[in-house]
Design a protein around this ligand. Structure first.
Ligand code: MN
Length: 232
């Protein structure tokens, strides 16, 4: 039998120790900082964690110029701490969770906010708002063996040098072990899975020509530019 066309090549994220990390799936936690939940018009205090998923192919490296996506006039940045899973497991306990982590990176959960809100308010799926081409920029992955498990420290985002998001990782409502335990109740986590842990307050829109920089204490900065819409 002939293979009709090329299979999708794996997405290979770069690591700080000179390796490639094959990305398997992307899980994104919603409303995980209280001030951001409030700016989205929700009460952060009474909500269980929730998440949505994105295709692995939405992951792009630092330095990418992201094409401004179609069907939106409100393309938002969300700076996030990303957890990279190195060891799989189902129903992982919070106590065991750190042993499943390969490492950490800075990330962006880019969002067509207008489509996300329309879907949210009509009770429809978030896919068109969240699972957007090139919408999961990922910085250099640092092994936990080198950087530990960050529980506090600055998370900051600038657009063209102007500070838009400025918070601390200690403000996460559901911390990394809790998030791993929660997601692994629904899916067996596998090596290569990425969990974007949610964004702090201050999200906003970007336009073509903007440069976004994300910095998290102890990790390498992530920088992307917003380019013209893709024509093909
Ligand atoms: Mn997000």
């Amino acid at each position: 039998m002939n293979q009709l066309f090329d299979a999708l090549p794996p997405v290979l994220a770069e690591t700080s120790d000179g390796n490639r990390f094959p990305v398997r799936r992307v899980f994104c936690i919603g409303r995980n900082y209280a001030a951001h939940a409030r700016e989205m018009g929700k009460d952060p205090d009474r909500e269980a964690p929730f998440f949505f998923t994105k295709w692995a192919e939405t992951v792009v490296p630092s330095g990418t110029t992201i094409a401004y996506p179609p069907e939106t006039g409100n393309f938002h940045f969300e700076a996030e701490l990303v957890v990279a899973i190195g060891k799989g497991g189902r129903n992982i306990s919070e106590d065991a969770a750190k042993a499943h982590v390969w490492g950490y990176a800075t990330g962006l959960d880019m969002t067509r906010r207008d489509l996300q809100f329309e879907a949210r308010d009509k009770g429809r799926p978030w896919d068109t708002g969240k699972n957007v081409e090139q919408s999961s920029p990922l910085g250099l992955l640092h092994p936990a063996s080198a950087v530990g498990h960050p529980e506090s420290g600055s998370i900051r985002l600038t657009v063209n040098g102007e500070v838009k998001q400025d918070a601390d990782l200690s403000e996460l409502i559901w911390d990394v072990p809790e998030v791993i335990a929660y997601v692994s109740r629904f899916y067996r986590l596998e090596p290569g899975d990425l969990i974007y842990t949610g964004t702090p307050a201050g999200v906003g829109a970007v336009v073509e020509g903007d440069e976004i920089n994300v910095s998290i204490a102890g990790l390498t900065d992530l920088t992307v530019k917003v380019g013209a819409p893709a024509r093909e």
